[in-house]
Design a protein around this ligand. Structure first.
Ligand code: PBG
Length: 323
C-alpha cells in the first residue's frame, strides 16, 4: 500500500488522536535526580553552571528531597564533596563519609525514596582521578579493592542501589562479591556500563569539584567514537552481575542506548548529563529555545531510544510539567 490509500496525516489531525497513537510517554516515575552533598549545616551553594542546582549540606539535602517526593520522582542519586580529599579517597568508604551521612538522614525521613549511590573516587581523591594513582598511572586492580569497600559502606548506610561509575575493569564483579559476602545480596547494582569520556561532563566537574589535576579520563572512560566496544563493556557488566545498565551521556549516544536495550533486555538507564542540561538552560536564558519543549523532547527521545528511566537534572521541573 502507498499514497493515496495511505495518508499518515490522518492520525495526526487532533490532539486526542495523537495521544491515542503516541508510542512513548513520560511521567515523573521515569526520573532520578542527581544531588550534590557537601559538609556543613544549613548550606545551599548555587552551582553557577547549572541553574537551579546546589551543593547542599546534609540537612539541606534532606529538604531538597521533599519537593521530589511530592512531585512523584521515585529516586535520587547522591554525589559527595568531602571536606578532605586524599590519595586513597578515604571519605568514599568512611562510615561517616559525606554521602553515608546523607543516606542515613534521607532514609530516616523518606524511606520510600530509592537512594542510589554513585560509586566513584574522583570527588574523593586529591588528584581527581577515579582510581588509585601511581607514577601517573590510574591503577585498575587496586581500585577494585576500594570499590568493594565503598559499596559495602554505602549499602550499610542505607543506599538501595549501588551505581559504579569509575569504568575500572571488573568493578561490577568486585562489588557484587563484596556485597554478597557482607549480607547485602539483595542490594542491586546499576552499572554505568557504557560511560564515555565526554566534554558534556563539564558543568558536573564544577558541581562536584572533581576535575582531574593531571591528564584526562580517556584511559578508563570510553572513546566517543566507539560503538562495538560499548556492547562489549555492557556484556561484561551483565556477566559480572549488573542488575541494570546505563549509557552515559544520553542524547549524543542514543544509538548505543537503543542497541544496549535491544541486545541485553536489562532494565536500562540513561544519564542526561550536566552539559545536556546546561545547554538547554543557557539557550533558554538567552531566549533562543523554548525550555520546556526542548527539555521534554530530549527526555522523550531518550526514552524512545530505549531508556527505562533517566537520570536527569530536569527531574523536578519535568515531573511538574508533566503533572
Ligand atoms: C564520576 C561521574 C561523573 C559524572 C557522573 N559520575 C563525572 C566524570 O566522569 O568526570 C558526570 C555527570 C554529569 O556530567 O552530569 N564520579
Amino acid at each position: 500500500m502507498a499514497f493515496p490509500i495511505d495518508r499518515l496525516r490522518r492520525l495526526r489531525q487532533s490532539p486526542g488522536l495523537r495521544r491515542l497513537v503516541r508510542e512513548t510517554t513520560l511521567d515523573a516515575g521515569d526520573f532520578v535526580m542527581p544531588l550534590f552533598v557537601r559538609p556543613g549545616k544549613g548550606e545551599r551553594r548555587a552551582i553557577k553552571s547549572m541553574p537551579g542546582h546546589f551543593q547542599y549540606s546534609v540537612d539541606e539535602t534532606v529538604k531538597a528531597c521533599a519537593p521530589l517526593v511530592s512531585a512523584g520522582v521515585p529516586g535520587v542519586i547522591l554525589f559527595g564533596i568531602p571536606d578532605k580529599k586524599d590519595a586513597r579517597a578515604s571519605n568514599a568508604y568512611a562510615k561517616d563519609g559525606i554521602v553515608q551521612k546523607a543516606a542515613r538522614a534521607i532514609k530516616d525521613k523518606y524511606p520510600e525514596l530509592v537512594l542510589m549511590a554513585d560509586l566513584c573516587f574522583c570527588e574523593y581523591t586529591d588528584h581527581g582521578h577515579c582510581g588509585v594513582v601511581e607514577d601517573g598511572q590510574i591503577l585498575n586492580d587496586p581500585t577494585l579493592e576500594l570499590a568493594a569497600k565503598t559499596a559495602v559502606s554505602q549499602a550499610e548506610a542505607g543506599f538501595d542501589v549501588i551505581a559504579p561509575s569509575g569504568m575500572m575493569d571488573g568493578q561490577v564483579a568486585a562489588i557484587r562479591k563484596a556485597l554478597d559476602s557482607s549480607g547485602k545480596s539483595m542490594t542491586p547494582i546499576l552499572a554505568y556500563a557504557a560511560k564515555y569520556s565526554s566534554a558534556f561532563y563539564g558543568p558536573f566537574r564544577d558541581a562536584a569539584e572533581s576535575p582531574p589535576k593531571f591528564g584526562d579520563r580517556s584511559s578508563y572512560q570510553m572513546d566517543p567514537a566507539n560503538f562495538n566496544e560499548a556492547l562489549r563493556e555492557t556484556a561484561l557488566d551483565v556477566a559480572e552481575g549488573a542488575d541494570m545498565v546505563m549509557v552515559k551521556p544520553a542524547l549524543p549516544y542514543l544509538d548505543v542506548l537503543r542497541a544496549v536495550k535491544d541486545r541485553f533486555g536489562l532494565p536500562t538507564a540513561a544519564y542526561a548529563v550536566s552539559g545536556e542540561f546546561s545547554m538547554i538552560k543557557a539557550a533558554a536564558a538567552n531566549g533562543w529555545i523554548d525550555e520546556k519543549r526542548a527539555a521534554l523532547e530530549s527526555l522523550t527521545s531518550i526514552k524512545r531510544a530505549g531508556a527505562d528511566f533517566i537520570l536527569t537534572y530536569y527531574a523536578l521541573e519535568a515531573a511538574r510539567w508533566l503533572a
